[in-house]
Ligand binder design. Structure first.
Ligand code: ADP
Ligand code: ADP
Length: 230
């Protein structure tokens, strides 16, 4: 069975004041296999973020179901970690505290010594060694985004949800980080759902690419990239 299974999902947002409902996704069905790297592309506003938020458990479907390992998603869980488009770092905590906070707030306690080790490794991976004591406001947008990525990696989730993780990163750093991400995923065999604006990036990284269309926000095409994983 698929690790993630969305079946006939419709999702949207209620505007309570105006008593209207905006449908962001309509009747979307999609399966993600264990260990797969799935990229989602599509025009702005087509519902990519909404879809990944359904898997994360931050948004609930109006109709249909989203299941992980056959179980209905009812909220966030330790098996899924999200890299947010807007980083979502805690501004009053240093880079290192932001990263360790992610491990402290999980079931399956990570011992202090291992926390330090994992944090150091994650920071090395995103090229931010030496910035442990910096605060988010002292960093550039691209650097903050890299902290967000490190924070998700450090918890070693079975499912990694990434919403344009390299959107704020400059082109040169992006290439290096794409290569790092490929290495990490090959090693950990995590399942990845990855939103990107760049079809080139999708082809470079993904096993399969899903295109969501603007209206009515349904899946238009599924492309199997069909390249063997390294
Ligand atoms: P993309 O994911 O394509 O970069 P964004 O996520 O920034 O685009 O936004 C896509 C659309 O969703 C935009 O029109 C934006 O205004 C709208 N949007 C995003 N978040 C919210 C929100 N919290 N409330 C209302 N509209 C939102
Ligand atoms: P994408 O990530 O593909 O840009 P989104 O999932 O962000 O698309 O948005 C899909 C639609 O839902 C858009 O019309 C957007 O304006 C709307 N939307 C997204 N988030 C919210 C929100 N929190 N409240 C209200 N509308 C939203």
């Amino acid at each position: 069975p698929a690790l993630i299974e969305a079946a006939h999902v419709t999702a949207g947002y209620d505007n309570r004041r105006e008593h209207t409902r905006l449908i962001a996704l309509r009747d979307v069905s999609l399966q993600v296999r264990r260990g797969e790297f799935l990229a989602i592309v599509g025009p702005s506003g087509c519902g990519k973020t909404t879809f990944i938020n359904l898997i994360a458990g931050f948004v609930k479907p109006l109709e249909g179901s989203v299941r992980v390992r056959g179980e209905e998603v009812t909220g966030p869980g330790a098996d899924r970690a999200m890299v947010f488009q807007d980083y979502a770092l805690l501004p009053w905590r240093t880079v290192e505290r932001n990263i360790r906070f992610a491990m402290e707030n999980r079931r399956g306690h990570v011992p202090k010594a291992e926390q330090a080790e994992r944090a150091a490794r994650a920071l090395r991976l995103v090229g931010l060694t030496g910035f442990e004591k910096s605060y988010p406001h002292e960093l550039s947008g691209g650097m903050r985004q890299r902290v967000g990525i490190a924070r998700a990696l450090v918890t070693e989730p079975e499912i990694l949800l990434m919403d344009e993780p390299f959107g704020a990163v400059d082109a040169m750093t992006r290439e290096a980080m794409q290569a790092e991400l490929e290495k990490i995923i090959a090693e950990t065999r995590q399942t990845v759902v990855f939103i990107t604006h760049s079809i080139d990036e999708a082809i470079l990284l993904a096993d399969r690419i899903v295109v969501i269309s603007k209206r009515p926000g349904t899946i238009r095409e599924v492309i199997d990239v069909d390249l063997p994983r390294p």
